[in-house]
Design a protein around this ligand. Structure first.
Ligand SMILES: Nc1ncnc2c1ncn2[C@@H]1O[C@H](COP(=O)(O)OP(=O)(O)OP(=O)(O)O)[C@@H](O)[C@H]1O
Ligand SMILES: [Mg+2]
Length: 213
């Protein structure tokens, strides 16, 4: 298995109610899995735990045969090679669209970097917006930039939290198809949260349902 959550339990600091109790999830390399569940059931929390933004109270998380979290060890998010699209996009406000997308690939030569950013700008239909700042964009445009930014460094695990929720149906269809192709071509494993049946049908191999504790 590429990703394994074993008996993961978690509660937020300052609260005494567990959000997740003994959660088990296994995902194979290259699988695209959707996560569904009621609002507040813990879907975003699951992604945050996999990304290393939260620490499990108990249980273990293994990615690519490496234990990234258990009672003895913890690998910080920047060392997990994970791409993440947050539910609130979390773009860097002082960076342009181009710089936001290029953020994770500053280590590659400028020519290749620009080429990659331009390809991603085409994917999200936003070539003419590359010099704008996030505050000059609509919500859906910010969301598209967040998706492009997460894809840029070729992560081997992509986590997306309701990545298409503010994008119109036609563009969403095109993006889902193209993202699926990109992921399949590189055998990138992907887990995304959605409330939208058409996301599940168009993009995922399998669905996991999170139920509130
Ligand atoms: N930082 C936090 N501190 C305390 N409680 C939190 C925190 N973040 C989330 N929670 C609580 O944890 C539970 C799970 O939240 P989470 O954001 O994972 O839900 P979700 O399934 O993603 O919901 P939605 O579909 O509305 O995005 C909720 O009851 C929420 O109120
Ligand atoms: Mg959420």
């Amino acid at each position: 298995m590429f990703l394994d959550l074993k008996n993961v339990s978690f509660k937020y600091k300052g609260t005494d109610k567990y959000v997740l109790k003994d959660l088990n999830i296994s995902v194979e390399k290259g699988e695209i899995v959707s996560i569904v569940g009621l609002s507040g059931s813990g879907k975003s929390t699951v992604l945050r735990l996999i990304a290393g933004l939260e620490v499990p109270a108990s249980g273990s998380i293994t990615i690519n045969n490496r234990v990234v979290a258990d009672k003895n060890s913890f690998v910080p998010p920047e060392k997990r090679k994970i791409g993440m699209v947050f539910q609130d996009y979390a773009l860097f406000p002082h960076f342009t669209v181009h710089s936001n997308i290029a953020f994770g690939i500053s280590n590659i030569p400028k020519k290749d970097r620009d080429e990659r950013v331009n390809r991603l700008l085409s994917l999200i239909n936003m070539n003419e917006y590359k010099d704008r700042y996030p505050y000059q964009l609509s919500g859906g445009q910010q969301q598209r930039v967040a998706v492009a930014r997460a894809l840029a460094p070729n992560p081997y695990l992509l986590l997306m939290d309701e990545p298409f929720s503010n994008i119109d149906f036609e563009l969403k269809q095109k993006m889902r198809m193209e993202i699926r192709c990109i992921l399949n071509a590189e055998a990138v494993t992907c887990i995304f949260v959605t409330h939208d049946k058409s996301d599940i049908e168009d993009m995922s191999d399998r669905t996991i349902t999170i139920t509130a504790e």
